[in-house]
Design a protein around this ligand. Structure first.
Ligand code: DX5
Ligand code: ZN
Length: 215
């Protein structure tokens, strides 16, 4: 069964408490929190104070996806704010090994996200240091975009790399995940499905989370 990580980006920002309560009572496993700096991606979302408050309200694992430059400068602050998983972008990290060591030394799981154009083989010499690979299946920056089909091939290649090296690295898919494409993602090797619009724009978000989980 995949882990389901609804994304806060599509929640109702004026009624976060009710969305968080819904998630707490649902089969969701993680809460996906997208931080954007307006530099690495062409959008600005939310930051530390919001995550600090969500941490107090949610019973789920806080999966923080940093779409920011120089994420190492903020790793400690995100740990203090309550991040359990901290994911940085390969494209934003010239010293990725150092970033991963720092995140793990702070007691968080270390994730690496890849943009749609970034080949998974770039991880072959660092994969054993990574707890989670987040494959972006849209260009990062916005919720509600169309899934890029080539991601399926990337999942298979990455799964093969992880299996061959006998690692336990999780594969997370982020962007355009729907009830329709979720089964093929899981069949290809996805372990964690992020879902923003699919969950929060649904008539029945709780049932939608359960349906994703059953994929
Ligand atoms: C996009 C974010 C995603 C986003 C996914 O940059 O990283 O996590 O919230 O939203 P949906 O599921 O609507 O594509
Ligand atoms: Zn994300």
């Amino acid at each position: 069964m995949p882990l389901i990580a609804p994304s806060l980006l599509s929640a109702d920002f004026l009624n976060l408490q009710s969305d968080i309560t819904m998630l707490n009572e649902s089969q969701a496993d993680w809460f996906h929190l997208d931080v954007m700096d307006g530099r690495f991606v062409p959008n600005i979302s939310f930051g530390l104070p919001v995550i600090e408050h969500i941490r107090k309200a949610t019973t789920k694992i806080c999966d923080v996806h940093l779409m920011i430059l120089e994420p190492g400068n903020y790793a400690e602050a995100f740990k203090k704010a309550g991040a359990d998983v901290l994911t940085v972008h390969l494209e934003a990290c010239p010293h990725l090994h150092r970033n991963l060591q720092q995140i793990k030394a702070l007691g968080m799981k270390a994730g690496v996200a890849l943009n749609p154009h970034t080949p998974v083989h770039l991880l072959s010499d660092i994969i054993h240091e990574i707890d989670l690979v987040c494959l972006m299946s849209v260009n990062p920056g916005f919720g509600g975009q169309q899934f890029i089909p080539h991601t399926l091939e990337k999942i298979r290649t990455l799964k093969k790399m992880i299996t061959e090296k006998q690692l336990h690295t999780l594969i997370e898919i982020d962007g355009g995940v729907t009830l329709q494409n979720a089964p093929s993602l899981v069949a290809a090797g996805a372990d964690v499905l992020v879902a923003g619009n699919t969950v929060f724009r649904a008539q029945d978000p709780t049932a939608t989370i359960a349906a994703l989980k059953a994929c």
